[in-house]
Ligand binder design. Structure first.
Ligand code: RP5
Length: 162
């Protein structure tokens, strides 16, 4: 594939899309190509492995994997690729995402997952971190990231409370 997708965004269920669309929107704002797919570590394990292996071979730069409850998706993705895998734990159960956070973050040594925060903040930060990783090859993305932080800082400094 001559133009591989920069970032693949995987989520365990269609019910995760309401949160994970923030990651896709952020990637698009930076002009980073992405593909979002529903694939589950538990419900579609063989298809998940096969898809990740195909993307790895095609040259995908970063994988984002989001899941709730006993969230094994990011680890299952990382098992199939040595490319960076960013995990986003989602609040899908009575435990409000703490279950998914612990499932995602506690990888045994050797197969790393970079774990972000729970929910939408984690989804956006996963996208920004993916942009930072890709910016090592595309320096104009560092400029865009810096400008966005400057704009956010200017907004804070302009805030008048009374
Ligand atoms: C996980 O279980 C998914 O990532 C989702 O967050 C959670 C619930 O899935 P559904 O029952 O809504 O499909 O696999």
């Amino acid at each position: 594939m001559s133009n591989p997708i920069d970032v693949v965004v995987l989520m365990g269920s269609e019910s995760d899309w309401k949160v994970m669309q923030a990651a896709v929107q952020t990637l698009r704002e930076y002009g980073v190509t992405c593909e979002a797919r529903v694939l589950s570590a538990h419900r579609t394990p063989a298809e998940t492995s096969e898809y990740v292996r195909q993307c790895d071979q095609a040259g995908t730069r970063v994988f984002i994997a989001a899941a709730g409850m006993a969230a094994h998706l990011a680890g299952a993705v990382a098992a199939q690729t040595t490319r960076p895998v960013l995990g986003v734990p989602l609040a899908s159960s009575e435990l409000n995402g703490l279950d998914a956070l612990l499932s995602t973050v506690q990888m045994p040594p050797g197969v790393p997952v970079g774990t972000l925060g729970i929910g939408q903040a984690g989804a956006v930060n996963a996208a920004l971190l993916a942009v930072s990783i890709i910016a090592n090859e595309r320096p104009e993305l560092h400029t865009k990231l810096r400008q966005a932080r400057q704009q956010r800082a200017a907004k804070i400094l302009a805030t008048q409370l009374t």
